[in-house]
Design a protein around this ligand. Sequence first.
Ligand code: UD1
Ligand code: UDP
Length: 381
Amino acid sequence: MDNPDKPLIYLIVGARPNFMKAAPLIRALEERAPEIKSLLVHTGQHYDYEMSKAFFEDLDMPDPDIYLGVGSGTHAEQTAKIMISLEKEIFDNRPDLIVVFGDVNSTLAASVVASKLMVPVAHVEAGLRSFDRTMPEEINRIVTDILSDLLFTTERDAIENLRREGIPDEKIHFTGNVMIDTLLTFADKARKSDITERLGLSDRNYAVLTLHRPSNVDVPEVFDGILEALAEVGKNIPVVFPVHPRTKKRLAEFGFLDKFSSDFRTPPAERGILLIDPVKYTEFLALEMKSLFVLTDSGGIQEETTFLGVPCLTLRNNTERPVTLEVGTNILVGTDPHRIIEESAKILRGEGKKGAIPELWDGKASHRIAKIIKTKMEEQK
Ligand code: UD1
Ligand code: UDP
């Protein structure tokens, strides 16, 4: 039976990019701090098999201990539903700490609820700023950080951002990037994946595309321009496009599926845009690793491509991850079709951006975090 005096922590996950961040910390806490009882709480923000359960299986994660099942909704609806359900859980079980990841609505909702119940909050991936408050994630980042007691950062710019916002130094810990812990743990499994063969793609002879930012896919003119550019790129190299559920909905709603159907190919892919469902982590990692380049508006994918040394064209005007520009392989190309086509052509000519691996992206971030959490729990006794 569990010792009732064991410190209890909740790890809160909800959306796809949370799972690969939580997985290594669950393992590191088990190894480094077995005296702590951790419960995994899944808000249910993402719920389709390929957006959620597939990651638990692929990353050998335990099933969630608590599932809130909130589902989709407007920002207020989704955030409120998480807050109502989580408040009850926290009230009943009184965890000693909650750990939140990244910048999604589940991160914000959990931080607010825990703070008001006087439960300390640890934020993994703190301090990132795009300085663009039209992005819902920027609001989530700012609020979560101001409420957090332990702020774990992935890059040095984040430390400066937090200082500027008045967060005291003793709360900030530069621990590195947990996504890279997961990437290194699963790199072998990814290398062995047969996804490229199944899709008829040959190594370094295709590009990967992901899109899901509302500013890109919810505005028909912007989305249309991007797809137009991609159709051009696809004349020279196949582009494999695992389609996020938000994006799938918009493609249908805006009638773009018909418009572009002549460019869609089924395997084997020689050129054109190959639409597929979202894939599990190790398959996506395999696609990234073996590609010539990646086009994306994702946050995490900018980091993975930098680590892998694969050129990344980010279809946004800003990034909260400047180290990927300064040190890594990332270039901001925005959404201007000409620029997307031009930068893709450069890579096809062999002029892709080269980069290096950022500081502390070494596979040990989750162990550094576990150590700090362990100390915090000892101090709180
Ligand atoms: C969310 C995060 C975003 C993150 C992205 C990662 C917020 C504000 N946004 O955006 O930061 O980059 O996840 O993927 O937290 N849907 C499904 N099935 C699912 C999940 C969603 O069909 O399993 C559809 C629903 O129509 C839903 C829409 O996708 O309305 C958007 O989902 P939501 O979680 O609100 O935002 P994302 O765009 O996924
Ligand atoms: N990813 C995945 N399958 C896909 C697309 C992405 O496993 O079909 C992974 C990707 O490798 C990265 C993470 O999902 O680890 C990024 O999540 P996402 O782009 O949804 O969110 P963001 O990082 O923009 O918040």
